[in-house]
Design a binder for this molecule. Structure first.
Ligand code: AMP
Length: 433
């Protein structure tokens, strides 16, 4: 399959060629012709599958023909869960749409000054990429209307629902014309996302291409058992000294955990930054730029903040804390193994969390290999404690766990800032000098 067979405008095909893409990805092959034919779409796809181009290219194709409708509201609206993802989508729209004359895009995200956004909305706009909260602000002050809207895209819809945007989304959609085309992208189409999707779309075509199994084919997944917080820090230190590591993305369960771990790694001399939702937009943008430039080697992030990071140099994803849901695991490890390279996903697991790794394995259909770092083997005593005890299946598996764990570690006298470093001598991979 080639892009030329998908029915896209030649100007857009030129931009794709200039981007260096030689063939459409699976999600693009399925979604682009269906979107061009005018169908509503429900697409289950993961970060890294090429989903952004899957919805942007057919939307840009429409924009190549001028609108006959009066008004200055956007013709395409893309809703995303995070600012980073919104900025990335806007950038991609400018890249793929560079041959189209006078394409105007505006990004409306929280944490950024209003003045520039208001200036952007003064004249007619083609594409608005927005996070729901800030878009609602602009709608309430009458700065934006959707009478010309042709395409509504919900990107990472599951994540937007997780973040509590369901009411905002329904309000926003309620203000758009019924004639719109709706393209909904989500890691999953089950549960609440599925019922929202049914409400918002008409006779949609369902596309499920990026199964986790296919997606993770280039990722070497391992887990390392940690006896306690101190042991976990030593394991992390060893992994970060892997000679194959270019850049690492470490996930923690909490914002505070991300700050503390970044601080601790900084003290150990790593070129490290933290990224989480409490940071000002300008600081987040600078942090991501440093990562892209390669000035940051290790980024410690929370799940939500990491959405939309697209940096090819990330060779290692490290789960310092286990993700809350198996789906998050797939999102996390999808940040490595890009552009045809092999990535490493290392999960640090407390002995009591073994059953949670099994949940992940069931979800992905893949085994996460148990690895041991020589000199840092888990203790036999701790190994015994991994025998299945009472697992309350009705209980949400990770709720409240990580804080307990941090608190427990602190009470036990382990300090995140000063992890004991003695005893790290031999490793399975050669450490960097
Ligand atoms: P996404 O899933 O939209 O986050 O895209 C993941 C990455 O794949 C981005 O860096 C895109 O630039 C890249 N990409 C998208 N489509 C293609 C393609 N057809 N060929 C090669 N790379 C692509």
């Amino acid at each position: 399959m080639s892009f030329a067979n998908l029915g896209l405008n030649p100007t857009i095909l030129k931009a794709i060629e200039a981007s260096g893409y030689t063939a459409p990805t699976a999600v693009q092959t399925a979604a682009i012709p269906a979107a061009l034919a005018g169908s509503d779409l429900l697409v289950s796809s993961h970060t890294g599958s090429g989903k952004t181009a899957a919805f942007l290219l057919p939307s840009l194709h429409r924009l190549a023909t001028p609108s006959t409708l009066p008004g200055k509201g956007p013709r395409v609206l893309v809703l995303t869960p995070t600012r980073e993802l919104a900025l990335q989508v806007e950038k991609a729209a400018a890249t793929y749409g560079r041959g189209l004359s006078r394409l105007r895009t505006v990004c409306l995200v929280g944490g950024a000054p209003y003045a520039q956004q208001l200036r952007g909305l003064r004249d007619a706009v083609d594409i608005v990429v927005a996070t729901p909260g800030r878009l609602m602000d602009h709608m309430e002050s009458g700065r934006i209307e959707f009478s010309r809207l042709e395409v509504l895209v919900l990107d990472e819809a599951d994540r937007m629902l997780d973040m509590g945007f369901i009411d905002d989304i329904q309000t926003i959609v309620g203000r758009t014309p019924d004639t719109r085309q709706t393209l909904l992208f989500s890691a999953t189409l089950d549960g609440v996302v599925g019922s929202l999707a049914r409400k918002l779309t008409r006779n949609p075509q369902r596309i499920e291409v990026a199964t986790p199994v296919q997606h993770e084919a280039r990722i070497d997944q391992r887990m390392l058992f940690a006896d306690n917080f101190s042991h976990k820090n030593k394991l992390l230190d060893a992994v970060l000294r892997d000679t194959e590591l270019q850049q690492a993305l470490i996930f923690t369960a909490t914002k505070r955990g991300a700050e503390e771990l970044a601080e601790s790694l900084f003290e150990q001399g790593f070129a490290v930054d933290a990224l989480h939702g409490d940071m000002q937009q300008s600081k987040r943008t600078r942090t991501l730029q440093r990562l892209r430039d390669g000035r940051t080697r290790v980024l410690v992030a929370t799940d939500v903040a990491a959405r939309g990071i697209d940096v090819a140099g990330i060779t290692h994803v490290i789960n310092f804390d286990l993700p809350r849901q198996a789906e998050d695991y797939v999102h996390r490890i999808g940040h490595t193994g890009r552009a045809g390279r092999t990535g490493f996903a290392v999960t640090l697991v407390n002995h009591s969390e073994k059953h949670l790794v099994r949940n992940i394995e069931r979800y992905t259909g893949q085994t996460v290999r148990i690895d041991v770092i020589a000199g840092l083997e888990p203790t036999a005593r701790a190994e015994k404690s991994t025998r299945p005890r009472f697992v309350d299946k009705a209980k949400k598996p990770y709720a409240g766990r990580s804080n307990d764990r941090f608190d427990g570690a602190r009470k036990a006298g382990f300090s995140n800032n000063r992890p004991p470093r003695e005893g790290v001598t031999v490793r399975t991979r050669q450490p960097a000098k």
